[in-house]
Design a protein around this ligand. Sequence first.
Ligand SMILES: CC(C)(COP(=O)(O)OP(=O)(O)OC[C@H]1O[C@@H](n2cnc3c(N)ncnc32)[C@H](O)[C@@H]1OP(=O)(O)O)[C@@H](O)C(=O)NCCC(=O)NCCS
Length: 332
Amino acid sequence: MKIESSLPCPQLPESPPQTGLQFSLATEEDFDEIMAMSQDIYGGLDYLPTRYQAWLQESNRTVILARKQGKVIALESVCVIDDGETALVEGLRVAPQERGKGVAGVLLRFCAQLVKSKYPDIKVTRLTRDDKLGPKDFQKYRLITKQVGILLVRFRAEDLKLRLAELGPDAGIPSQSVPPVRLDPAEVHQLFLSSGLMQDVLPNATIVQDWQPFKPLPSNMTILLKKDIDWMVDDARCPTVASLCTFPFRVPIGEEWYYLNIDVFGKDLDLVRQQFVFHLRRHTDTLKGHVMCQMFLDPPLWKPLADFCRDALKVELVKEYTEQCVVESDLV
Ligand SMILES: CC(C)(COP(=O)(O)OP(=O)(O)OC[C@H]1O[C@@H](n2cnc3c(N)ncnc32)[C@H](O)[C@@H]1OP(=O)(O)O)[C@@H](O)C(=O)NCCC(=O)NCCS
């Protein structure tokens, strides 16, 4: 479906003619072509194969493809959040042979125009990056969250389950008097929206969940609570550490590979380790196969957590320290 014929908006952006690119809304039939240009993306942790069909159904999301001579060479998705004020850019990718030619820039600008014409209230565009940002990027973007360390480990679920059993209930972590609490949706609402107690725990009052930055607003909570996530805090009356863990979902590294994403907010190492172990226990209990587990945490906690993973849990560290940044720019 060509954008020009599918959207009834009068100020639809034209495809910039000099680029030789055509833009269209993604459809179910494009799936194979998109997967073909997405080989090895995000180090094998591409969530798009699992999410693509659902993305097409989401009313607040637009998935745009760029084609060259009829062939899909790039994709970007824009999801409107924060009460319609923020356009979240996700899934950006350019076919390997077309990189370095400015395609991403053309696509980003095209989508910005398109979103602005569809949603006039949009004020900013946000995206999350894990590559090194340079001075040119900081001319374009403001930093929203302080850098967050990314810890990537891999293991076989069955092996880790055994190891956790060997380690015993406290997994060698200095004992905490109170076990962490899994929150139900009502408690999530209460804690993140009404109590104000999370203000000091969250970075820049932002809930970053699996690369997506949300302001704590009721409309965003509706989006977040539809997802399969475990919400955990150390103490619901006075939280110092909170964590959000996805349910395992398949990634295309190979047969029976799963991804677990754990976003952790807070600075207390033992509480962070305790919640990490709780999430791992819960998901390795029934899971069979390989797991890539990506955890996002306060940078000073990265090294002790990496040591804990290697020495106590005996899991393999996949990457050295990298950082996640949420950036934003005004949409004018
Ligand atoms: C990152 C990627 C999309 C860049 O595509 P590209 O066409 O080679 O991009 P270019 O090097 O030509 O840069 C073009 C523009 O994209 C921007 N850009 C580069 N990487 C970007 C990123 N990760 N997120 C957002 N914008 C990015 C550049 O700043 C530049 O902007 P400008 O035109 O305003 O100067 C491409 O290398 C790719 O598909 N990589 C694998 C998937 C991936 O890492 N995606 C990023 C997810 S955050």
